[in-house]
Write a protein that binds this ligand. Structure first.
Ligand code: PLP
Length: 262
């Protein structure tokens, strides 16, 4: 049959990895202290349930938000009809302000440069479609969020090459590990298109140091490749250590308005 598009040929379900197989096993036989003490305990999933009481209290105090109202009047029609295709400007402005606030107002974000997506999964997959051709690779520090094997590779045909990090230095990214990963991709005949980091890290819960981010920015600049910094957990940082965003480092290097910061 004549092929109309190479992107519609895969019939894989994107979830054939040991992580998702483990999940399926857990669903068949979930642990319960009384009813199923020999069942499987799910240790591969973390859901932030600690904020539920805060959100429920806030929603109870702000019924307009959940009821699609403004000053008690319905804004349903306003929202349901065509709007700016780039997303609601007020929403993007609020998002930029929130992102600045959780970075201690040290950096700024231009709402016009924000692209909205239905969560990070679709944002990451879209980025892969935009930045990589099938057979191109992204380098990811280990251990990484196992969903990336599905989100980044499944429909895009992109590959992940691990940057091997070790517990001996608290899983920090080193220059030699970066170089090794790059060379590994070349040995496999894969073109490296970029590095993707999660900061703070899932699954480690650790944060990248300024030194590591500097190393990453220098590395991607020297190789002329992309850096994706998935900072979805930047709002859940606690303790004495300060979260350092890639934007902080770009600002230090006076690169925040350059090609590198896009
Ligand atoms: C680092 C990281 N990126 C992206 C995602 C997916 O996020 P979303 O639920 O917004 O699609 C997760 C989910 O666990 C994650 O840990």
């Amino acid at each position: 049959m004549k092929q109309l598009s190479i992107k519609v040929t895969s019939n894989a379900n994107g979830q054939d990895s040991s992580y998702f197989l483990g999940w399926e096993e857990y669903e068949k036989n979930p642990y319960d202290e009384i009813k199923n003490p020999n069942g499987i305990i799910q240790m591969g999933l973390a859901e932030n349930q600690l904020c539920f009481d805060l959100i429920e209290t806030w929603l109870a105090k702000n019924p307009d938000a959940a009821g699609l109202k403004k000053d008690g009047q319905s804004i349903f029609k306003e929202l349901a009809l065509f709007q700016d295709y780039h997303g609601l400007p007020e929403f993007k402005k609020a998002l930029a302000e929130f992102m600045e606030e959780i970075r201690g107002n040290r950096v700024t974000f231009d709402p016009s440069k924000i692209v909205l997506a239905a969560g990070s999964t679709s944002a990451n997959e879209t980025l892969m479609f935009c930045l990589a051709e099938p057979g191109d690779a992204f380098l990811l520090p280990t251990p990484y969020y196992p969903g990336f094997d599905r989100d980044l590779k499944w429909r895009t045909g992109a590959e992940i090459i691990p940057i091997h990090c070790s517990s001996s230095n608290g899983f920090q990214i080193t220059e030699s590990a970066l170089k090794q990963a790059y060379q590994q991709a070349q040995k496999l005949d894969l073109r490296v298109k970029g590095v993707l980091v999660t900061n703070p890290s899932n699954p480690l819960g650790t944060m990248l140091t300024r030194r590591e981010i500097n190393l990453l920015v220098d590395f991607i600049t020297s190789k002329n490749i992309h850096l994706i910094s998935d900072e979805i957990y930047s709002g859940t940082v606690f303790g004495f250590e300060q979260f350092v965003s890639v934007m902080d480092v770009l600002k230090d290097k006076k690169l925040e308005n350059s090609e590198v910061s896009k």
